[in-house]
Design a protein around this ligand. Structure first.
Ligand code: AMP
Ligand code: GLY
Length: 426
């Protein structure tokens, strides 16, 4: 029995590591993987990233099931391609992945199906965007859509910042795209106040299986300061997701989304990640959808998963998620990301990593931006490692993580010293 995990980050290392515990498994391929997956006994890296070549590989190796980690191949239609060739794969189709790949699609979808989110408007033209901002005032949130994506999200606390963001994200004159569309657009959103949490579920088109709740730390600096990153650490469970918040999220966000996608003729399959904003009175709103697992949230979530992951995935691919439940370690899991010099700017790479500990039952170092070069482990990306631990409470998990980090070294290594602070202060 062989499986294939697509991706090369900490999320994929954690997924493959958990899958490797499946009884009776022969091999898990990770494409392309990293130095961490290369060093796990049950895992084997394959240096393929082209979707067609991946499908050829899955066919030749008689891979039972493929799981996709990152959003880019999903948005490019890797699930459509595998399915068309009769290959089993877990993830959303290209059409369904628009919940993440197009903010405009996601916002219109939520408006149509009454899913709570920030009020919004979409603009392709600078003058009307500026006028809208003047009408609504600050704080206000500006998000790039379409080909302007990648220039990100600006949470503008002043009108000046908001106007500047428009000028950065939109060209002076609209550029026409195919079919009467415009090439660059912005979504302007109402500013939401509250605490964020990550709510990730598995979906089979109709049924939903929620994973354990989690929370990540998006800013680079201690105390949640400085620029946004992909995530500098995470933990599970998230105390802010109380049973009431959980029930409301399922009822008001997750189930209407899954039903709405099916009703719109784009059934959703795969992991679905709702970024929540939870206000003081317990109301939940959707900040964003991702069509995949979170990174680094997956690392602590996989540390806590006690059920057999392959069983869950097989039920998901067969449209039978209603027949299974997931069980979780009662302990808290916490992951601290060790990042390279200059991250979240262009990271320095090629630094040698030393002092990597052996994994144990309550601690594992998941790799992300690492490569194996002549037996040395070198940094090769912004987020390099995620030191992930289990503890009876958040404090113990945190202590074990930071004690483990003491032995690990690479030049320029930077990390946050306060991962878990929100859970600790509750
Ligand atoms: P996104 O890429 O949509 O997840 O946005 C990145 C980050 O910007 C989020 O994790 C939030 O911290 C913040 N953000 C996005 N939208 C809003 C909003 N409407 N109100 C407040 N903060 C937001
Ligand atoms: N940690 C946030 C994300 O995966 O998008």
């Amino acid at each position: 029995m062989k499986l294939l995990v697509i991706g090369s980050g900490g999320r994929e290392h954690a997924l493959a590591w958990r899958l490797a515990k499946t009884p009776g498994l022969q091999r898990i391929f990770v494409a392309p993987g990293n130095a961490g997956t290369a060093r796990e006994r049950e895992l084997e890296n394959v240096n393929i990233t082209d979707p067609r070549a991946l499908a050829d590989f899955a066919e030749q190796e008689h891979v039972l099931l493929t799981v996709v980690g990152p959003e880019a191949p999903l948005a490019d239609g890797i699930v459509n391609l595998f399915r068309a060739r009769g290959l089993r794969i877990f993830g959303p189709t290209k059409e369904a992945a628009q919940l993440e790949s197009s903010k405009d699609f996601a916002k219109r979808f939520m408006a149509r199906h009454n899913i709570p989110t920030a009020r919004f408007a979409t603009f392709a033209e600078r003058a009307s965007a500026h006028a809208y901002i003047d009408r609504h005032g600050a704080p206000i949130v500006i998000k790039a859509d379409g080909l302007a994506a990648g220039k990100g999200v600006v949470v503008a606390m002043s009108l000046k910042e908001a106007h500047a963001a428009i000028d950065t994200m939109l060209p002076e004159k609209c550029v026409a795209g195919p079919g009467g569309t415009t090439v660059a657009r912005v979504v302007i959103e109402e500013y939401l106040e509250g605490e964020e949490a990550s709510f990730i579920v598995m979906v089979d088109g109709k049924n939903v299986l929620p994973l354990a709740s989690s929370q990540d730390h998006k800013r680079i600096g201690d105390g949640d300061t400085g620029p946004n990153t992909g995530g500098m650490g995470a933990y599970s469970p998230a105390p802010v997701v109380t049973p009431e918040v959980h029930a409301r999220t399922m009822r008001e966000i997750i189930l209407p989304t899954v039903r709405g996608m099916a009703a719109d003729g784009i059934p959703y399959t795969g992991f679905l990640y709702a970024g929540l904003m939870i206000s003081k009175d317990g109301a939940v709103r959707t900040v964003e959808f991702n069509c995949r697992l979170g990174d680094p949230e997956t690392q602590p979530i996989m540390m806590r998963l006690k059920s057999d992951l392959l069983t869950l995935l097989e039920h998901a691919v067969a449209g039978r998620l209603n027949e299974v439940e997931a069980s979780w370690d009662r302990r808290v899991a916490l992951g601290v990301v060790l990042a390279a010099a200059n991250y979240p700017g262009k990271p320095r790479t090629g630094d040698r990593i030393t002092g990597l500990p052996k994994g144990s039952d309550d601690s594992h170092v998941f790799h992300a931006g690492t490569t194996d070069t002549d037996g040395l482990v070198l940094t090769s990306g912004g987020r390099v490692l995620c030191v992930t631990t289990l503890g009876d409470n958040i404090k113990q998990a945190q202590k074990l993580a930071y004690d483990t980090i003491v032995g690990i070294h690479f030049d320029g290594m930077q990390y946050r010293h306060d991962i878990g602070h929100r859970a600790l202060s509750r």
